[in-house]
Design a protein around this ligand. Structure first.
Ligand code: HEM
Length: 500
């Protein structure tokens, strides 16, 4: 009964099958990204087309102008996402920015935006840099024990680093996951990593297929005990900070300021308004804890995935790696060898920025973003394309297929940082490069994520040459049967010491 949605509206669509809709990629053991890419190619002359995610009709926006119209200009009709996390799971989940809806989301986003501005990131950078430096030193010592010949699994080292950064910047806790992989942060991180396994994919699909059955079966995405321990730790740390006036520039500190009403609202560019006073609102413990958890929920897997693919591309493109190292050496000469990298120096690294952007284009950690229609909507491009979207209908923005469309990126499988050089950047369209999503509901943590990734690359490349083990397949392919960006086979890295 659900499968006549597009026919009724005269929208071209992919033929669905009972129950699975158009999700055949699961049965064919294909990667979701490749399947969606094929479907968008099949409909390349259509600005929109339909598919069925199980029984849910999805309008796929296959054109940058329509994407901008719906996600930016007409955002007030599409303020929400479809939920994969059930807010009824706990009050913390209900208060995650990713999950919140409508007015409540808007209010929370406005309250949190001052935390993620450039000026706050500048202060937090010292903590990120300490983690990067410590991590590279640990690897140097470990690698030396094996005469520089040890193979490291890229995902393993990148998740350990990401975990330490989150522990330090979000939770105010110094961990060293390389030396002590049993610490509580890494354990929680590991339970998040399970998201990328076929077993968890089945659970997530079940949550999508039938939230009621999933609740009955008690499906949960995280280790409950670990999550409870975290809760206690955060509440206690915030209380201790309030008493001690500790000025460690981390999220806990910023949340304590928010709670006291010391932070002013900012506009989209992070500028404080002169006329408006500080944000005043009552914060519950659940709300405060949720904001720390957001780093884990939204920033752990995404950042480590980007790091994995960036190191992979640098290893298979030695000329690009060399050019990036030259830029790093220039910075080191300016700052003095052994001196930690500064916020301004990392922000000024043009080639680093190009490399990271190209890694985000080719391997976007988020393959799609979605929007739920919250107010009936009528689209008319005045050139013959008209369609209606009603409250509760779902639209997808196909990030991966757009990033791999030769119309926007000639020779899309080539890793070419020049696509993002100063000259090309001028003509960039925000709806053809969307690693952090698009519009008012885009990624709030993008500045933080970029700093985290660039910092580790800086410290690692100043010590090692990245090479791949012979078992790592080139070109890398995406793992089938999971919804997400992960390599099919582990990426094994050799870190050849520069000083040997
Ligand atoms: C390379 C790393 C990252 C990538 C590629 C990434 C990508 C994304 C994408 C595609 C979205 C959806 C945007 C949309 O719907 O238009 C998103 C949302 C979000 N991200 Fe990130 N993200 C990254 C890191 C982080 C980090 C480190 C944080 C930490 C705070 C974070 C926090 C969030 C939050 C809270 C949202 C929801 C925003 C809202 O609903 O208002 N992300 N991210």
């Amino acid at each position: 009964k659900h499968y006549d949605y597009f026919e009724k509206r005269g929208i071209k669509f992919v033929k669905p099958y009972p129950l699975i809709g158009t999700n055949y990629w699961m049965l064919l053991k294909k990667a979701f990204a490749y399947d969606l890419q094929e479907k968008t190619k099949e409909f390349e002359n259509e600005k929109i087309f339909g598919l069925y995610d199980f029984q849910t009709p999805v309008v796929v926006l296959n054109d940058p102008e329509i994407i901008k119209q719906i996600t930016v200009k007409d955002f007030d009709h599409f303020t929400d996402r479809r939920l994969f996390l059930n807010p009824k799971m706990s009050n913390v989940v209900a208060n995650l920015l990713i999950v919140m809806k409508g007015k409540k989301w808007h209010e929370m986003r406005t309250s949190l935006t001052p935390i993620f501005t450039s000026s706050k990131m500048r202060l937090m950078f010292e903590l990120i840099s300490n983690c990067g430096q410590q991590f590279a030193e640990n690897l140097e010592v470990d690698n030396a024990k094996y005469g520089g010949s040890k193979m490291y699994e890229a995902k393993d080292i990148c998740t350990k680093y990401t975990c330490d950064v989150i522990a330090s910047c979000a939770f105010g806790y110094q961990s060293d996951s390389f030396q002590d992989p049993d610490n509580q942060f890494y354990n929680l991180g590991r339970s998040l990593l399970e998201l990328r396994t076929p077993k968890m994919t089945m659970k997530l699909l079940m949550m999508r297929f039938s939230p009621a059955i999933s609740r009955l079966l008690g499906f949960s995405m995280f280790d409950r005990q670990a999550a409870q321990n975290f809760y206690r730790l955060i509440v206690e740390t915030i209380a201790a900070r309030e008493q001690k006036e500790n000025v460690r520039p981390d999220l806990i500190n910023l949340l304590a300021q928010l709670k006291k009403g010391d932070l002013k609202p900012v506009d989209e560019d992070g500028n404080e308004g002169n006329k408006t006073g500080p944000i005043k609102r009552h914060w519950t413990d659940d709300e405060l804890v949720a904001q720390c958890f957001v780093f884990f929920f939204a920033g752990f897997e995404t950042v480590s995935t980007l790091l994995v693919f960036a190191t992979y591309e640098l290893a298979v493109n030695p000329d690009i790696q060399l050019r990036l190292r030259e830029e790093i050496e220039e910075i080191q000469e300016q700052l003095g060898h052994g001196v930690p990298i500064t916020y301004d120096a990392i922000q000024g690294m043009k080639y680093m920025d190009m490399v990271v952007n190209e890694a985000l284009r080719k391997w976007p950690p988020g393959l799609i973003v979605d929007r739920l229609c919250t107010k009936n909507y009528q689209y008319d491009d005045k050139e013959g394309l008209k369609f209606n979207v009603e409250v509760g209908d779902l639209v997808w923005i196909p990030i991966y297929p757009i990033h791999h469309n030769p119309k926007y990126y000639p020779d899309p499988e080539k890793f070419d940082p020049e696509r993002f050089n100063e000259e090309n950047k001028q003509s960039f369209n925000s709806a053809t490069f969307m690693p952090f999503g698009i519009g008012p509901r885009n990624c709030i943590g993008s500045r933080f994520a970029l700093l985290e990734v660039k910092t580790l690359l800086f410290y690692l490349l100043s010590k090692f040459v990245f090479e791949l083990s012979s078992e790592t397949p080139v070109p890398a392919k995406l793992k089938p049967f999971i919804i997400g960006t992960a390599p099919e086979k582990p990426i094994m890295l050799k870190l050849k010491p520069l000083k040997l």
